[in-house]
Write a protein that binds this ligand. Sequence first.
Ligand SMILES: [Zn+2]
Length: 370
Amino acid sequence: MLVGGHSCASIYRETLSIFDFRPYPFFLTGKAEDTGVVGMEELPVARNIKISNITCDSFKICWDMDPHTKEKITHYFIDLNKKENKNSNKFKHKDVPTKLVAKAVPLPMTVRGHWFLSPRTEYTVAVQTASKQTDGDYAVSEWSDIVEFCTADYSSVHLTQLLQKAEVIAGRMLKFSVFYRNQHEEYFQHCRDVLGGRMMPSVKDNSGSHGSPLSGKLEGIVFSCNTEFNTGQPPQDSPYGRVRFQVPAEVLFPPDTRLYFGDFYCMYTAYHYVILVLAPRGSSGDLYCSERLPELDVTNNRFLTRVCGEDGRVVFQHAQDVILELIYTEPVPLAQGTVSQISGHQLMSLSTINAKKDPSCKTCNISVGR
Ligand SMILES: [Zn+2]
């Protein structure tokens, strides 16, 4: 996300209702900084800062102040910083000023839509109260104590926006009949020797959108179902290993399965990935997803469908133009399918394990909070 000074200003104008955010150094010139002593004596220090109603791109902030000197305050200065992270200084544009000037409004004050706010990110906040002087400079209080908070994951509103973007490029539907999962032989041996012949759910990695409520939270087993358009069969290559577990679609996607849209992303290549969750109704994965993800109609959506024909035969279809990653939320006994070697190659470059989403791709990114 590259935001220049000009586009910032326009964002403020569009979202400005009770705030007047501007980069702080713009104002902090001359007297306020040089003779801040005056302000420190007269302006109350913000104490006991509380952050509440945190979403992926907004929060409420309030604090206590000495009521006797409150009326002098015309503005609040808010110092919002991403918490120190050793790995975060790779890109110069992250070092831009993040101190904000807001007009003094009744507390709690909502901070929303600021470009600096990202999902699932830790911030520190400190506040100064300020009084605009007749010459345009500010008298300021001492800084408050610093408090920390973490923004929330994408809400279902944002995920619905991602879903709509994914629908645009999903393409036509192709029939399929099996789900499959590639791993190394040792993985399956471990399932046989230690896990009672079952593949067990594990916590999802950090691939996909930053702010996805699935990453590091949902437990599941990842399957594929994409087929090659010319054969109608699963491809013989895989980035995940030479051994493939294959199971009839009906086993993992029976009538009482709920289907959720999880994520939409790409990783600097032409391929786009859609993460879906298949959760048996009432399972813990179902409960987790039902509170956080858009649910899809299993018979009518652009990604993965299960339709029962008049003759009683069930037809499964998947979207042709996106790569589906299906997270099944319950254990799967190996006995429900077959395990065999694939004839193709292990294409490591196509692995999405902990894949970083391309934040500049217009196809699969939404503008949170704008
Ligand atoms: Zn993309």
